[in-house]
Design a protein around this ligand. Structure first.
Ligand SMILES: Nc1ncnc2c1ncn2[C@@H]1O[C@H](COP(=O)(O)OP(=O)(O)OP(=O)(O)O)[C@@H](O)[C@H]1O
Length: 126
């Protein structure tokens, strides 16, 4: 295998940020994840989440967005390999999309577990 000099660490970070930027700018779902995360942060500040609740929310933001990046990567590789309709291409794309969906559904349920009692408490205190 041909050996080549590795890029410096700062360049590797740059490539990773390019990937994140590309995903945000091209993928509608990633834009939705970013908007939802921003709204949760605003709600978290308003309802004064505990340290543990912040850690749970931040972990879920990271999980969902990281899976969306992997999904985008798999879509790109499949499209690179074939433009024909193939069952394996469908499995690759659909299972990757399913991974994001499972994480997003779980994140939404956990978000309800954290925020619904706080909202109820706020409403009953009015
Ligand atoms: N080469 C292919 N062979 C078979 N099925 C494919 C192929 N490419 C896409 N599909 C299927 O067509 C549907 C739409 O795929 P597409 O690549 O447009 O993704 P998408 O669901 O619109 O995702 P996104 O909105 O993130 O781009 C999916 O069910 C996918 O599995």
């Amino acid at each position: 295998m041909k050996k080549h000099k590795k890029d410096p660490l700062y360049k590797s970070f740059g490539y990773a940020f390019q990937g994140i930027y590309t995903c945000i700018s091209k993928e509608r779902n990633m834009k939705i994840h970013c908007c939802v995360s921003l709204l949760v942060v605003i709600a978290g500040i308003i309802f004064q989440l505990s340290v543990t609740e912040w850690c749970i929310c931040l972990t879920l933001f990271g999980l969902v967005m990281a899976l969306e990046l992997v999904n985008t990567s798999i879509e790109a590789v499949v499209d690179l390999v074939t433009e024909e309709r193939k069952p394996l291409a469908k499995i690759a794309k659909d299972t990757a999309a399913g991974a994001v969906l499972i994480a997003a559904i779980m994140a939404a349920i956990i978000g309800c577990v954290i925020f619904v009692p706080k909202v109820m408490q706020f409403l009953t205190g009015l």
